[in-house]
Ligand binder design. Sequence first.
Ligand code: AMP
Ligand code: ZN
Length: 111
Amino acid sequence: MSDCLFCKISTGDIPADIVYQDDDCVAFRDISPKAPVHLLVIPRQHIVNLYDLKADDSALMARILLTIPKIARQHGLDDGFRAVTNTDKGGGQEVFHLHFHILGGGTPHPL
Ligand code: AMP
Ligand code: ZN
């Protein structure tokens, strides 16, 4: 998607503090952190949110889910973390490219 902020971060057209990347996904620091460690993990592929997932995305999503705890551990989150994906307006989504927040390193914010 040409007009998508996170697609542009994925391609390097917009800078971000990238902490991990592979063929499937990119992880970078949230620009407005809500926890001592606050990272965002995005698929390189433009997927809007969980509503937009197709069966064909299953293997990609499984690989990303397997990568999330590895990234968390690389950032010292060995005693736990939160992984959150806000979905559409009712879920508070502000950037309409699927992303998982990794939050940790402090007192967990109550749900
Ligand atoms: P959400 O409400 O789940 O869509 O959250 C979007 C997140 O993206 C927020 O936590 C923002 O702080 C974060 N964000 C927005 N723009 C940028 C950016 N250019 N680089 C890093 N994080 C960003
Ligand atoms: Zn996108």
